[in-house]
Design a protein around this ligand. Structure first.
Ligand code: ATP
Ligand code: MG
Length: 220
């Protein structure tokens, strides 16, 4: 029997997408043996709105340019083209319809996981897919795990070099903490640099830097 395809979902504002995102997605894809990772830029992020935010179309275009030619990394317009604000619970339902029978892995940084209890129907979101919580400089996996009540802690596991991930999942460990060599890069830093006229070449792929320049994004 053909194995179910394994799909990683990596949501975010991606304002703009940067090398930290790409490196994290590639590390998870390889360790979790995912067929692909979908970057899903949000439309109107419920928790953060800024005046200098790039449009959804620009953020999606930057993601498309960044994943171009990178094996197993793809852009998804599912949230951007939705008519309403996207909540993860709705996005998951849509992705399930698009990829019936696939196994979904929801990827997010430890900083983002700290907010999970503010998500709409967060318990159902946690119940519906495997969570992969990754490190990023400045936020610890321990702090991320601590936001969970004891009833959920029994569903967590750390993914180490020798961990048999699928066996852990079969045993009901569906909230997995995965330490990566995360790059110390954030979109906030990139926007600040662009505003200050500083180079961002090492932080984003060339195509993304070009789009920022040509679209005059993040200038003020
Ligand atoms: P901002 O500074 O605007 O918040 P960001 O760099 O945090 O931008 P987001 O779009 O907010 O990027 O993040 C999307 C997802 O990527 C989140 O789950 C976040 O934790 C994760 N992430 C962002 N940067 C990194 C990084 N350098 N390494 C690992 N994960 C990251
Ligand atoms: Mg962020």
């Amino acid at each position: 029997m053909k194995q179910a395809s394994r799909i990683g979902l990596f949501g975010g504002t991606f304002d703009p997408i940067h090398r930290g995102h790409l490196q994290a997605a590639a590390a998870v894809r390889s360790r979790f043996r995912l067929d692909r990772v979908l970057f899903i830029p949000s439309k109107t992020p419920p928790h953060k709105r800024r005046p200098d935010m790039a449009s959804a179309a620009d953020r999606l275009a930057m993601v498309e340019s960044a994943v171009w030619g990178r094996r197993g990394l793809e852009a998804s317009s599912v949230e951007v083209k939705s008519s309403r604000t996207s909540y993860s619970i709705n996005t998951l339902a849509k992705i399930r319809k698009m990829f019936p029978g696939s196994r979904l892995f929801f990827i997010l940084g430890a900083d983002a996981f700290l907010e999970i209890k503010t998500w709409r129907e967060w318990r159902r979101v946690l119940d519906q897919c495997v969570f992969v919580v990754i490190t990023r400089p400045g936020s610890s996996l321990r702090a991320a795990r601590a936001v969970l009540e004891p009833e959920y802690r029994g569903r967590t596991a750390a993914v180490r070099k020798t961990t048999d991930i699928d066996a852990r999942i079969r045993a009901g460990r569906t909230i997995l903490f995965f330490r990566i060599d995360a790059l110390p890069v954030s979109s906030t830093e990139i926007r600040r640099k662009v505003r200050g006229g500083l180079p961002i070449g090492g932080l984003v792929p060339a195509g993304v830097a070009a789009r920022i320049r040509l679209g005059k994004l993040y200038q003020g």
